[in-house]
Design a protein around this ligand. Structure first.
Ligand code: FBP
Length: 553
């Protein structure tokens, strides 16, 4: 038998909690429907593109005493995009709901992400297979991938595979891009009278797939707690040795929710928030000046150390960089079509004059990282751009200048870190274990009621799990038109950090104090067993956002 760690053994025994509406069983549910919905923007275009699935109502479940029987249903599940803690529990919830509805039901897992459904690569879940993965991190149960599902050929091959397995539904567990795929597939299946339903589940550590109905995507809770543990440890080290400035880049491709949450949990000296940089139109130079000022002021009181948090997506929010990257994306898409080899010179000669100037001013390392392959959705792979090193290099140069003018006499020794992959496959926290299991269980409830083009929604998350509200939100409700690969496409709108929201305000009100007077917090490792006030608390983000919502009711 495979050797397991003591924690693995104990976590396999954990029984995740369900909202009380779902806990009486999948066949004892009643569904209520709200009124028709609209997309967040570009309503006419989205309605035209999703004529069969647009405008559906938000739905909610409650339990009833009458028990229904359900038809035999086979379901396929896909893990899509970057790993997020809790994915295995979504599948466990889906599996348990499906089997409890009718033991003849079957669950198939498509291997390696969306490509699995196109290529017909799958595995059938059994009790033994499923049980080995309960409450564990990672997506290794069936693997994940970033293939975009969007072409007629891909839809046709997917249909053939679904017919072969006699599937009545497909569940796509993914972020904004993957759920855009889910919406496109749902529409295509209805348009072609296939009778196959598609349901999404909100996954991403980035925390940017959220709105009124989706309070948070799963994985954010565990990943941010993991990063906060590491930052806390580094703060202790910095405060002990008092000789290094630590620059920590934190994952989150676009929005800065992860960096902001990690900062609230640890209270570092400097935290950059990309959305603020964009709103205040801060140039790279002004960011350098802002950080240098804090470093100089701290050194004047004898503190040649500190911690700075840098969000992964920062570079795309600095106005001159944003314009250059957008131009660069178009140029690279054109060069790919024309079969032209990518090089600094070839790119620079095709960029607009001002963008070429910005590009050529960057260190060679960053220039080449900006030319790395785009992901299948056309995004720059910001995790590969070492912004933290760029900042260190530029701040060092600025401090040398100040030194030569007699305006800085301190020391600046910097260490760079990137925390990203470390947090994506951690054992899910109790919150994520329960939330994910509920999302999966609820996804099957949506299937059982015949819905398609919906995202599994579990709300009221700062309350105990039995008070959570289960239901579904139409995917088209979250969509708008955006430019991808040089063309306008329907996509789910990303939720960025709101600068007038309570979470950012918390940072804004405290950051000067945290910059100079070290108020470090040390969250320590995620705890799975012990007092509820340690093990079951969720993130500052969710608590602050929900508290505001309660206050406005
Ligand atoms: P998803 O949006 O698919 O959940 O992925 C998010 C993320 O973890 C980002 O934070 C990061 O930029 C990216 O994935 C890294 O992707 P990859 O795993 O392909 O390197």
């Amino acid at each position: 038998m495979e050797k397991l760690s003591p924690l693995q053994i104990e976590r396999l025994k954990y029984q995740p909690k369900l909202p009380s509406s779902l806990s009486s069983g999948i066949n004892c549910l009643e569904m209520s429907k709200g009124s028709a919905t609209q997309s967040v923007r570009d309503q006419e275009q989205i309605q035209e593109l999703f004529e069969n699935t647009y405008g559906k109502p938000v739905v909610t479940f409650k339990n009833t005493s009458s028990s229904n029987t359900s038809d035999v249903r086979n379901v396929g599940v896909i893990l899509s995009g970057g790993q997020a803690p809790g994915g295995h529990n979504v599948i466990a919830g889906l599996y348990d709901a499906l089997k409890s509805a009718n033991s003849a039901n079957k669950l198939y897992g498509f291997l390696g992400g969306p490509s699995g459904i196109i290529e017909g690569s799958y595995v059938e879940f059994t009790d033994e297979f499923m049980n080995a993965y309960r409450n564990t991190g990672g997506f290794d149960i069936i693997g994940s991938g970033r293939t975009k599902l969007e072409t007629e050929e891909q839809f046709k091959s997917s249909l053939e595979v679904c017919k072969k397995l006699n599937l009545s539904a497909v569940v796509i567990i993914g972020g904004d891009d993957s759920n855009t795929n889910a919406a496109l597939l749902a529409e295509w299946f209805v348009k072609n009278n296939t009778g196959i339903q598609v349901i999404g589940c909100p996954k991403t550590i980035d925390g940017d797939l959220k709105n009124e109905q989706i309070e948070i995507s799963f994985g954010f809770d565990t990943a941010t707690k993991t990063y906060a543990e590491l930052i806390g440890n580094i703060q202790r080290d910095a405060n002990s040795a008092k000789k290094y400035w630590h620059f920590v880049k934190i994952m989150g491709r676009s929005a800065s929710h992860v960096a902001l949450e990690a900062a609230l949990q640890t209270q570092p000296n400097v935290t950059l928030i990309s959305e603020e940089v964009e709103e205040k139109k801060m140039s790279l130079e002004s960011i350098i000046n802002y950080m240098t000022d804090i470093i100089v002021r701290r050194s004047e009181i004898g503190k040649n150390f500190g911690i700075a948090i840098v969000p992964e997506g920062l570079i795309e929010f600095i106005p001159e960089m944003k314009s250059m990257i957008s131009n660069l994306n178009d140029v690279m898409a054109r060069m790919e079509k024309e079969g032209v080899a990518v090089s600094f010179e070839a790119v620079e000669s095709r960029l607009d004059v001002s963008n070429a100037k910005v590009y050529s001013s960057l260190p060679a390392l960053i220039k080449s990282q900006l030319l790395a392959d785009r992901d299948p959705h056309g995004n720059v792979q910001v995790s590969k751009i070492e912004t933290e090193k760029l900042l260190i290099e530029m701040i060092s140069a600025r401090l040398d200048e100040l030194k030569s003018q007699g305006n800085f006499s301190g020391k600046f020794n910097a260490q760079s870190h990137f925390f990203g992959y470390e947090g994506r496959c951690a054992f899910p926290s109790n919150f994520d274990a329960d939330y994910c299991y509920s999302l999966g269980y609820n996804a099957f409830a949506l299937i059982n009621f015949g819905l398609t083009g919906y995202l599994s929604s579990v709300r009221n998350l700062t309350q105990p799990a039995d008070q959570w509200i289960a239901g579904g939100i139409p995917l088209t409700m979250m969509m708008n038109m955006e430019k991808r690969h040089g063309e306008m496409k329907p996509v789910i709108q990303k939720a960025l950090v709101k600068l007038d929201g309570p979470v950012f305000k918390q940072l804004e009100q405290n950051r000067e104090e945290w910059a100079m007077n070290d108020k470090y917090l040390f969250p320590g490792a995620i705890q799975y067993f012990g007092p509820s006030c340690v093990c079951d608390v969720t993130t500052c983000t969710l608590q602050l956002e929900r508290a505001k919502e309660f206050a406005s009711v």
